[in-house]
Design a protein around this ligand. Structure first.
Ligand code: ADP
Length: 377
């Protein structure tokens, strides 16, 4: 008995949609879940060419035989998984004209010279993600008010206007203040993440005096650098730092979080140097990463001689909640949200953020703020 003859019962019992095609992409089998997902009759599918019968789209464009996941598996002589291409968004047109986000795996069967195309319906995942993001947004917004009230009362008590504190009381209050500051920072980071994940961030499109932003942010991290005896140098070139179409809050948050990282991940007594200069349209901003300014703007670099980032982890450093292995044993608080937020904010501003780093030598983070928001070449 052929393999295909004994498989249908098994394949029909699976929740994932499976379509089997021959080497010419002609459909030879469709399981029950695939019929349910596509909404087409089995008779319309079996015998038809996959790319003609299945209305698959990649990043909004109809898939042809050339761009088909089956062709990718054929070229690879192995399994193709659409998840391996994170920028690729696959969706499938159903009979009722609705579009369903899907992930696809194509598994070749050498014995039968056929290809098993397995679909995973992503719409349920999207709904769960949306519900999760809504929940996180709600909770973090609700937390913001009480933690800010706690900060306010701690500050009031520490001024001793309502009564003198003894040494122990002052010490305890300072401890509460430090811990509460961590909660305030964490809640703010979660608020920022949910604002970006839910696309609820409003770009203010306002005029920003970036020299002023720089000055304020540098002052705000001064205490932290003193605590760690970090030498702080700044070299700010002369020029016009006015950004015509930007957002003061977003640009400050990015700068501050990169500066705090430089201080955090540099051992006591280390050095952090901030450089700022204006750039012109078309100027090459990075030789090795081929980054060119699409419009005039400001380039800030923040250099530290800290612990650096391991080469094999560089690719994951902007990912949500990612912390490199060399920081996990340090006594440094952090949750891995700062760079994720920074990259999202820079993309909203039409700018860019990137870095170079050598393990145990230090890192340089670069931020390009465009004068107007038209993106990068
Ligand atoms: P957090 O600092 O809260 O862990 P971030 O998203 O800001 O989160 O940074 C992610 C990770 O990137 C850090 O945990 C650390 O491993 C690495 N990193 C960021 N900045 C630096 C730096 N200047 N030097 C070394 N590692 C850094």
């Amino acid at each position: 008995m052929s393999k295909l003859a004994i498989l249908p019962a098994l394949l029909n019992s699976l929740r994932d949609a499976i379509i089997i095609v021959d080497s010419e992409h002609v459909i030879v089998f469709v399981n029950q879940s695939a019929i349910g997902l596509l909404g087409y009759q089995r008779t319309l599918l079996v015998g038809a060419v996959f790319e003609d019968a299945v209305q698959l789209q990649v990043n909004g464009e109809r898939v042809s035989k050339d761009t088909s996941p089956i062709t990718k598996a054929q070229k690879k002589h192995g399994i193709y998984i659409s998840d391996s291409e994170p920028d690729l968004k696959l969706s499938m047109g159903r009979n009722d004209r609705s579009l369903v986000p899907v992930q696809i795996s194509v598994v070749p069967d050498e014995d039968l010279n056929s290809y098993n195309v397995i679909f995973h319906d992503g719409s349920a995942d999207e709904k769960i993600d949306q519900a999760k993001n809504e929940f996180v947004a709600l909770v973090s917004h609700q937390l913001r008010t009480p933690v800010n009230i706690i900060s306010w009362y701690i500050e009031k008590l520490l001024t001793e206007k309502k009564g003198t504190l003894n040494e122990k009381q002052r010490e305890y209050l300072r401890e509460i203040e430090i811990s509460n500051k961590r909660v305030v920072d964490l809640v703010q980071a979660i608020v920022n993440v949910s604002r970006t994940d839910l696309s609820r961030l409003k770009h203010k499109h306002e005029e920003v005096d970036f020299a002023n932003v720089l000055e304020k942010v540098l002052v705000s991290v001064q205490e932290l650098s003193h605590q760690k005896s970090i030498t702080f140098d700044k070299v700010i070139d002369k020029g016009d730092y006015l950004l015509n179409d930007s957002d003061q809050e977003l640009s400050s948050i990015v700068l501050k979080s990169i500066l705090i990282n430089a201080i955090r991940y540099t051992p006591k007594g280390g050095k952090v140097t901030v450089n700022a200069s204006t750039v012109t349209e078309g100027q090459k901003l990075s030789e090795d990463q081929n980054i060119i300014a699409s419009v005039k703007g400001v380039l800030v670099s923040i250099e530290d001689n800290g612990i650096g980032i391991p080469d094999e982890e560089k690719i994951r450093i902007f990912t949500k909640l990612y912390r490199a292995t060399n920081v996990q044993t340090l006594d440094v608080t952090g949750v891995g949200l700062g760079l994720y937020i920074a990259q999202n904010f820079m993309s909203i501003l039409g700018g860019r953020i990137w870095f170079t780093s050598d393990l145990r030598e230090g890192s340089i983070f670069y931020i390009y703020y465009p004068c107007v928001q038209i993106g990068i070449l």
